[in-house]
Design a protein around this ligand. Sequence first.
Ligand code: MOS
Length: 767
Amino acid sequence: MDTFGKSLPRKDALDKVTGRAKYIDDYTRSDLLWGATVRSSETHAEILSIDTAEALKSDGVAGIFTSKDIPGKNIVPLVLPDYPFLADKLVKFRGQPIALVVAKSWKQARKAASLVKIKYKKLPAVYDAREALKKDAPKIYGEDNIFKKFVVKKGDADETLKKCDVVVSGSYSVNYQVHAYLETQGMLAELTDQGITVYGSMQCPFYVLNAVADILNFPHHKVRIIQSTTGGAFGGKEDVPSIVAGHAALLAYLTRRPVKIIYEREEDFISMSKRHPGYADITYGATRDGKILAAKVRYILDGGAFSTLSPIVLWRGTMHAAGPYDIPNVDVEACAVATNRVPCGAYRGFGQPQINFANESLIDELAEKLNIDPLELRRKNALTSESLTITSQKVGPSCGLTETMEKAAAEIKWHEKKQKKSPAAKPHIKRGVGMASSIYGVCLGAAGKHMAKAGAYVQINQDGSVTVAVGNTDMGQGARTVLAQIASEALGAPYELVDVIEPDTSRVPDSGPTVASRTTVMSGNAIANACRRIRRERIDPVVRELAGAGGTDAEVSTSGGYYLSNGKKFLYKDVITKCWQKRINLSSEGWWLEEGTSFNPENGLGDAYIVYSFSTTAAEVEVNTLTGEVRVIKLVGAHDIGSAVNPQLAEGQIQGGALQGMGYGIMENLVVKDGVMLNPNFSGYTIPTSMDIPEEGIIPIIVEKKFPDGPFGAKGLGEPPLISVAPAIANAIYDATGVRIRHLPILPEKITDALKSDDETRVRPRR
Ligand code: MOS
């Protein structure tokens, strides 16, 4: 293969490093106005009045608008219809949008927004998901504050647990995680002669299209959404850009002027989606020799004030709540709950990192109770091609889980370090190693069936260059590059001649969202389909004719910019010129669907996903037992991704995800008191930087168990690199110190507190 599987340079690299790339705040118009959002200062209240008199007199103000000015529907279109673009009578979280100001400058708009006076009548509020489930809790959503519930019932977990030789239980919790994309949310909307066009930072142009059409009551063909270069997303630009775009579009529509909205960091923190806080109670039962027979899981997600993506985040979490193991009896009950806190949504892993932390911590607790090495226990129970998942789905051929365990263990020198601890500099410094594994259902799966499609449009131009249009976006993860590689490989066109244009909803049909590690598989397959048609039906016959093999079905292959047939070779560009002379159509659309998934809501069983990616993280840490400080010395991420389109990009994904997972595990701590964020900025909310990269590195390992239905065997990689990092570090901390921290993030004070405690559930009895 010429381009597939090669570490070719990123298509966006040069523009980004030279500063030429245009992010949304680089877009301007001569008659531009700026929008700013007036937000609730209350966590749960009735709005009694909105006084705009003083704000309207403020410099540069062109208008102030409320829900009454919305010509269309005042509901952000998503799963459940509960979240208004602008609050009408009620606010349910601090930071909820109530009104919009439009002015000549960004500063003037913000100044005026601060002058809008709102009178509230406070209502009783609830800030803890477990409190919200109680009968007498204030009602935030429906009768019971439950957005959604899912179960998985396979075999009989309760009966089996009674008969198991060894049973372990644990309660775990996790805090929020903030996406911390470098570029805050932003959109520019302008009316055109044909309707409205919105440009902006986003993952899901078709969600934004629905939102803009709904708020303005425009037919879809009057709405065009174009993604600008996007400075990071990680799930944080999946659903919430619909709100920002809806607001910008409303202001553009009402003022007949182009309007830009750019969030400031603090505003982005308090109002945009977060990774859900969660709670899990888990019990595992096993035989004396370490075969896990039963898992019982109770899982709660704090969805915040509106449902947004919580139902599907919960579904994904539920479908993975027994980890990457073959466990015959499973009983999972999971629910997403409403509270008067910021609405939570998509974040790399989508409901899995939370439950994986609990699952993989308890696996180590089970290993200890069985007196079996944690690697051995994992291997013994690991899913293989032949085994059945939590939902009784046969895993299928693409399964390299055991290999990821073995390779990660070898790289961290597992056996050596388990036998004998690495020497540490001082007696109060302790070293340890830990590991954790995960399974990840690639693409949307059974619950997202209605959106599980993707389109592409491929066009070879007269000079041989290739224009590719897809409905999925590059938000920094490298889609533009890997999709260009797939097109290049399938067409036999030199990579330099192929590029993927900016996603534009007018160029391709709705291709679903850019989420769920689905882009390489979905858009990749759609592109490959389009290219195959262009090759088989149009280019290949011309090559045969040139080779004197016309009329036969002689094979046509490609290599290094040439087409080969009948023992002869022809330069790609010459063949394209020939095709143009013959007036052959060198463009085609492609389409791809996820097929064969199923889900029974009664018991959660079925074929949840089309394929799974597998991974194992190994960590070595050093813990200062006086200060509780954890230094991660080395991280290893071993990932079965089917086949790597661009190995260097894949390694970058693994390294970036691992660092983000390390932040989730031991650094990032959003403090929210009574629904009020106390550290909504980067001075108070600390994320890892390049200075925090483990001194022995983040070592990526790629395992390739080809996915027969993927483009050239590829499956998804976007999210898995983060998922199992926090539990691997938690397990390493335990190995180093004998302290088991069951609540993320693992801050230094939690370790020192536990070291001082005699509570045997927190500290390993000293031996
Ligand atoms: Mo992703 S967390 O599925 O946007």
